[in-house]
Design a protein around this ligand. Structure first.
Ligand code: CDP
Ligand code: CDP
Length: 221
């Protein structure tokens, strides 16, 4: 008997659409490695800001990006990206990174620098005995794993998303990041053809997870 098939679950959507909360629950339920690619873009932003490489300084970006060495360590079921062997030395979910991350994420060379690393999380998951991985972001079902067995796109009304973030004590440039993420030329935020589109505005987190879990269970059990 061969190994059971490795499962890839791709979850995309705008800020506070429910990606992280739902993917962590799915990771527990189906024994998947949880990969939050937003945290990768946040860490690289933190690092570039630390090195005073602005998003408009193309020459400096081209010089620095190949120097950054990415690796992964596990934090529970989640993949944590290390740059040159280190986690981010400061806050990657604070105002400073929130205000800059979508500018760096719109640069094709920044996205290219993370491409192979993101796909390489499959090997990390296999190495650690996970049954698959659940990866969340903006371009997972469209660019990183367009052939993933399960692709979901979450959305919710902007007012509801701001309310969700505020109830977590954050106010984090949601509208501006969505505008930049949706309008960029390279890998814009969009629901890829064939993905299951879920409007989470009036759903509880549990209801969202049940919809996704039902479709995963039907095809993978
Ligand atoms: O948690 P939240 O949804 O607010 O954001 P995030 O997932 O942490 O992502 C932060 C930023 O990284 C996004 O606003 C995008 O600019 C960028 N990002 C991206 O361009 N592509 C991805 N696959 C993931 C994040
Ligand atoms: O990862 P992303 O930025 O897409 O969103 P999240 O961090 O998973 O969700 C933001 C907040 O909204 C969390 O506190 C969730 O518990 C909450 N949430 C909710 O109230 N209802 C949902 N259907 C989904 C998420």
């Amino acid at each position: 008997m061969g190994l059971p098939p490795f499962i890839i679950v791709a979850i995309d959507g705008g800020a506070a659409s429910g990606k992280s909360s739902s993917s962590k629950i799915l990771a527990d339920r189906f024994n998947l490695l949880h990969v939050d690619t937003g945290s990768f873009y946040r860490h690289i932003t933190y690092e570039l800001l630390r090195r005073s490489v602005t998003h408009t300084d193309h020459a400096a970006l081209l010089a620095v990006l190949p120097e950054l060495k990415f690796s992964t360590r596990l934090h529970g079921r989640s993949a944590q990206m290390l740059i040159d062997g280190q986690p981010a030395a400061g806050e990657i979910r604070g105002r400073h990174v929130n205000d800059h991350v979508s500018h760096y994420a719109a640069i094709p060379e920044v996205r290219q620098a993370l491409l192979a690393y993101q796909r390489g999380q499959v090997a990390v998951a296999k190495q650690h005995g996970f049954r698959g991985l659940v990866m969340e972001g903006r371009d997972i079902g469209s660019v990183i794993f367009p052939d993933a067995g399960f692709r979901f796109f979450l959305h919710a009304d902007p007012g509801e998303r701001v309310r969700r973030r505020e109830s977590e004590g954050h106010n984090d440039s949601i509208a501006e990041r969505d505008r930049l993420d949706s309008s960029r030329k390279t890998s814009p935020l969009t629901c890829p053809a064939g993905a299951i589109d879920i409007d989470t505005t009036h759903l509880t987190l549990a209801q969202v997870v049940e919809k996704m879990a039902a479709s995963i269970a039907v095809k993978s059990d």
